[in-house]
Design a protein around this ligand. Structure first.
Ligand SMILES: C[S@@+](CC[C@H](N)C(=O)[O-])C[C@H]1O[C@@H](n2cnc3c(N)ncnc32)[C@H](O)[C@@H]1O
Length: 271
């Protein structure tokens, strides 16, 4: 007796948009963060990265811990509108979880070009919180993205917002990343904040990682590159530094031991 093929909407099948045989940016990252929304191909890619640099898992966690501190800082400046570009699969604490600790009515709009990410965010978050929205869009098109944000009706772009670009600008080369941030900043109200993080490796490690990473093309940005992404913004002290060392308002980065891989992180304000 043969097993009948399940209809596409039955458990055990995947929607057409999901190709489980190829590694995927959001799912491989989810695996590194300890999540469950990943397939063998994603775990294989993560395994290759961990074999090259075992600290990779630590780095993604440091990125999320930095985000908590950076958002705590921005929330303390009374910003109540958040746009998370390249949001990723739901994790804990997510941006809206951090925001809700302080502000029950702040608006959070998640943007991602992966339909599975957007569906997960929508099902797990937006249905429970009317002030959170998830929109499928390519962050590389700022005018279109901000148009969608406007249309969603939760965020008033005439007022200050916080734009988050966490672990996404390494998918663009440095000039493109610089132009992209500048295009978003152009359309933001004075008083708006921009949060940026990118993964970086010393050349010996970074070159191997960029070659091994086959879910997308990635670029190994220098500290100088990341500082240049904040053109037109005032950097909040301690400026761009290792995510572990970014403590809001500290004049210089906190002490940290040097490592071959790091997350470079910073927060800027549009004056
Ligand atoms: C490495 S994850 C980072 C997730 C989250 N920002 C964080 O820092 O924890 C990158 C996310 O960006 C999304 N992404 C990559 N390129 C994108 C693009 N051009 N437009 C929108 N989303 C993108 C991926 O689908 C993935 O969910």
């Amino acid at each position: 007796m043969t097993t009948p093929t399940p209809a596409p909407d039955q458990p055990g099948t995947l929607p057409d948009a999901v190709d489980a045989s190829k590694p995927n940016v959001a799912r491989a990252y989810d695996y590194l963060l300890g999540g469950k929304d990943n397939f063998a191909a994603d775990r294989e890619l993560a395994g290759k990265l961990l074999a090259i640099y075992p600290g990779t898992r630590q780095m993604v966690k440091e990125n999320r811990r930095f985000l908590v501190r950076a958002l705590d800082y921005v929330l303390a400046q009374a910003i109540s509108q958040y746009i998370d570009l390249g949001a990723g699969l739901p994790t804990s604490p997510a941006v809206h979880d951090i925001v809700r600790r302080y502000d029950n009515t702040a608006a959070v709009v998640y943007i991602d070009n992966d339909p599975v990410v957007v569906n997960h965010l929508w099902a797990l978050t937006c249905t429970a919180d009317p002030r959170v929205e998830a929109i499928p869009a390519d962050l590389a098109h700022p005018a279109a993205v901000l148009g969608h944000v406007r249309d969603a009706g939760l965020i008033d772009l005439a007022e200050p917002v916080c734009v988050i670009l966490a672990m996404v600008l390494h998918f663009l080369d440095a000039p493109a990343a610089r132009d992209l941030v500048a295009a978003y900043v152009d359309d933001l109200a004075p008083g708006s904040y921009v949060i940026v993080t990118v993964a970086r490796g010393e050349p010996a490690i970074g070159d191997q990682i960029t070659r091994a990473y086959d879910a997308a093309t990635i670029y190994n940005h220098s500290h100088e590159d990341v500082v240049s992404f904040f053109a037109g913004l005032d950097l909040i002290p301690p400026g761009v530094c290792d995510a572990r060392a970014w403590m809001p308002g500290w004049a210089t980065p906190a002490p940290f031991y040097d490592r071959a891989g790091q997350v470079l992180a910073g927060v800027g304000i549009k004056k």
